[in-house]
Design a protein around this ligand. Sequence first.
Ligand code: TRP
Length: 450
Amino acid sequence: MATSRGEFSSRFGFIMAAAGSAVGLGNIWGFPTQAASNGGGAFLLVYLVLAFVLAYPALMAELIIGRHAHANAVQALRLISNGPKSYKVGTAVGLAGIVAVSFILSFYAIVAGWMITYLCGSLAEIVGLTELANWFVEFGPVRNIGSMLIFMLLTIGIISEGVHDGIERWSSRLMPVLIVTLILLVLYVLTLDGAMEGLRIYLIPDFKAVMDPQLVVKALGAAFFSLSLGAGTMLIYGSYIPDEGNLPVLGGWVTLVDILIAVAAGFLILPAMYVAQHNGVEIFAADGSLLNEDTLIFTVLPALFETMGGMGILVSLMFFALMTIAALTSSISMLEVPVSYAIENHGMSRKRAVFLAGGIIALASTVILLNFDSLFGLVVAGTTRYAQPLLGIMFCVFAGWIWHRDSILQELRKSEPDAENGLFWRVWPWYVRFVCPTIILLIFVQSFIG
Ligand code: TRP
């Protein structure tokens, strides 16, 4: 079974795939713009703490369950259940994850589509087709639906190639390109006038903001979204890790790469905003607060690129290519969740499963686009504010309370015979049992009170 369902062929391949899933619009857009609006360095600090103390252990819960079962979330949770009740709950949690991640992809594909249109806009600009370039960056139904479909087709194309030839191969190709592009952009922007002001805001925490309970809520949401948690994505990637892979180390790498790229993106976006201000672009609203997230990316940055002359077109091209790549290595991990379920539980061929799941999700995206004002925000909040934290808690509960401890240890011993005496085994089991669910729940409840 393990071989027919495919697996990652190397440590590097897995890290690129899982980091590719983690690194996405959440890191390059979400994290820096939220940091900018929420106390700069304060947000960074809280985010770093939460990523290591909460997100990493929760990621490990998904990876270990997945690797143990070598199956999708529904099958995996059933396998580790300890009676008919937890069997049913496991089935429900697995299915809920599939629904949640499908809705996440349905809004993600819309935003990713916009990245493609801005990319095309820059290309059209280069060849002098100004009118076409303008069409690409204007909000309109044909542009919106068309670009979403193109993005979904790219995602479908990669996923239909399978775990090794699709996910692993493309992640290993695209992630290095992403990292190099990001570094080049950061280095360039830091040389521009005004950048240092942005850097100051980013790195010096406003400690009053650290105390704001809403900041913790937002930072946890950002960390969970960024590490692709609470949807079964990491569980399914975990299920493709061969038994020799050392899970705590692999999970550590993924967390580290994800955090480093989010932090690096902050070095790009915040300085860029202040360079824009220096060049005369408005970055604050009338009430003195920073412009909101989508205005920053789709209005402020393009306005900035325009003030940079010929270099601006190149930078714009690189920036939106970066965004598109980041989104694609994430969207493939989302689509794999329903696809693996359809293959393993309903005996479908991969091609059929991919087109069916991809088609349904594209349809959902179209419905959202046609009712944008009423649906978009709703779907984002429903999935990221509610479903992800709640399902995240359930994965921790399964790993900490339902799954037998000996069986977890055996799973870890497959790659690390001495796992019992390691630091991970001394801390993680009780941590994922008590600390993770409690803190996630507290923050979740807090988000309603505040
Ligand atoms: N982590 C990705 C990002 O930062 C998004 C993502 C991929 C995701 N898979 C997910 C989010 C599953 C939630 C659930 O953009």
